[in-house]
Design a protein around this ligand. Structure first.
Ligand code: HSE
Length: 437
């Protein structure tokens, strides 16, 4: 039997501890599947004495992950520290420069430095795997990198933040407020250390940027993503959307458009009977539309220790099964030097339907004025709904659903309506998307 594959794990939080546990529990199964044992031999974390419910006494301990990358007797460096820079970045750069294989779950790191790290891995002929960085346990990186080779991808859509999907589902099912649902997601270990990264859309944007590169063969560009989070979504929006036949989801979307590739992260209305609308709680889903395969939708556990550890373990197993001396596959599906530069499509050119919720003063002529402004911008209305009774401040709620129109027309019409002086609060505008699958 081949020698054991020796692993060093940097970061022993929820995911790191889960990984140590599953490697120990499944020792024999892993040896049979990979044809060689997988052994954790070194670890690094901030606090050696913390009780994590795992035995780390037999592992070599490093206070500093960079020292571990530099000097531990390991074949694979597993980075589970998180964050785009700092120790995560420095240790991964060090490990690659030493010719170690690297497995990381760090989407922020890849969104920012993915191109440079992939180039470094290619130069050293080592494997850089990152399945756990996007959509937790869903094997979407493998699908884009390997299974869809030869396909031209036109669109990618995904629910890629378990915390947001958990919050939106709980608000809808239980009528609970946003803050209460967020606190529960944090308690369950789904949220990032700083949950604003989840709820403001950054986490989804990082994941989308990685998928965009793999799907469209372009460089990673996380700074070029239009982003809105879910903090402004109210129970009223969720209820009104449901009455109209829609669910609200935080989607990350990338598609070919005039002038380049459009990348967007924002709350989105999707028809209640679509598959993506049925994805509930912490579950993630990624849908891909490509020319040979057609529409593919994958759903599964997207956050939490076990789901992420499962994806990391799959990446480690790939390395264990790889044959020394053979050419390693490029981390981004194609060599860095042949990736296209990322060209951003204009967001104002986006076309689709819109949900518009307006809180207006209850006086004559308001309804007619709204209809006029819409007509002036050639926005055709699918439905218009007025709540029977005013809210506690005496304002009326009007909800419009438009047919397909342009972002530019909607922005202009809503800005003219806002200037009329009859709105009681800021208008809510949520895009409606045609789901894949
Ligand atoms: N905070 C992330 C989420 C964890 O809620 O999906 C997985 O990246």
């Amino acid at each position: 039997m081949a020698d054991a594959l020796k692993i060093g794990i940097a970061g022993l939080g929820t995911v790191g501890a889960s990984l140590v546990r599953v490697i120990k529990e499944r020792e024999n199964l892993l040896t049979v599947s990979c044809g060689r044992p997988i052994q954790v031999v070194a670890v690094s974390a901030r606090d050696r004495t913390r009780d994590r419910g795992i035995d780390i006494s037999t592992f070599e301990w490093f206070d500093d992950p960079v020292s571990m990358a530099e000097s531990a007797d390991i074949d694979v460096f597993v980075e589970l520290i998180g964050g785009e820079g700092g120790a995560a970045h420095a240790s991964v750069v060090k490990a690659l420069s030493r010719g170690l294989h690297v497995v990381t779950a760090n989407k922020a790191l890849l969104a920012k430095h993915g191109i440079a790290l992939a180039a470094q891995a290619e130069e050293k002929s080592v494997i850089l795997n990152f399945e756990a960085a996007v959509a937790g346990g869903i094997p979407v990186i493998k699908v884009l990198r390997e299974s869809l080779t030869g396909n031209t991808v036109n669109r990618v859509q995904g629910i890629m933040n378990g915390t947001c999907n958990y919050i939106l589902t709980k608000m809808e099912d239980e009528g609970l407020g946003f803050e209460e649902c967020l606190a529960e997601a944090q308690r369950l270990g789904y949220a990032e250390a700083d949950p604003t990264f989840d709820i403001e859309g950054n986490d989804t944007a990082h994941k989308l940027a990685i998928l965009t590169s793999l799907a469209f063969g372009c460089e990673i560009s996380s700074d070029d993503i239009y982003m809105e989070g879910i903090t402004n979504i109210t129970i009223e929006d969720i209820e009104a959307a449901r009455e109209l036949g829609y669910a609200i989801k935080l989607l990350g979307m990338a598609q070919r458009a005039e002038g380049g590739i459009e990348q967007r992260v924002h709350p989105t209305l999707v028809p209640l009977d679509s598959e993506i609308a049925q994805v509930e709680g912490v579950t993630n889903a990624v849908a891909i539309e490509s020319d040979i395969l057609g529409e593919l939708l994958m759903a599964g556990p997207g956050a939490g220790g076990k789901a992420t550890a499962s994806a990391v373990l799959g990446d480690i197993a790939d390395i264990a099964k790889s044959r020394p001396g053979l050419q390693t596959a490029p981390p981004l599906g194609r060599p860095v030097k042949v990736l296209e530069p990322y060209r951003r499509a204009r967001m104002r050119a986006h076309e689709g339907g819109y949900f518009i919720r307006l809180s207006v003063e209850d006086r004559a002529g308001v309804f007619a004025n709204i209809a006029t402004r819409m007509a002036e911008h050639e926005i055709s209305l699918e439905s218009i709904m007025q709540r029977g009774k005013p809210d506690k401040n005496g304002a009326q709620t009007i909800i419009l659903v438009t047919h397909e129109t342009t972002e530019e027309s909607v922005r202009n019409a809503v800005s003219l309506i806002s200037a009329e002086g009859y709105l009681a609060s800021k208008p809510q505008v949520i895009r409606i998307e045609r789901p894949i699958g």
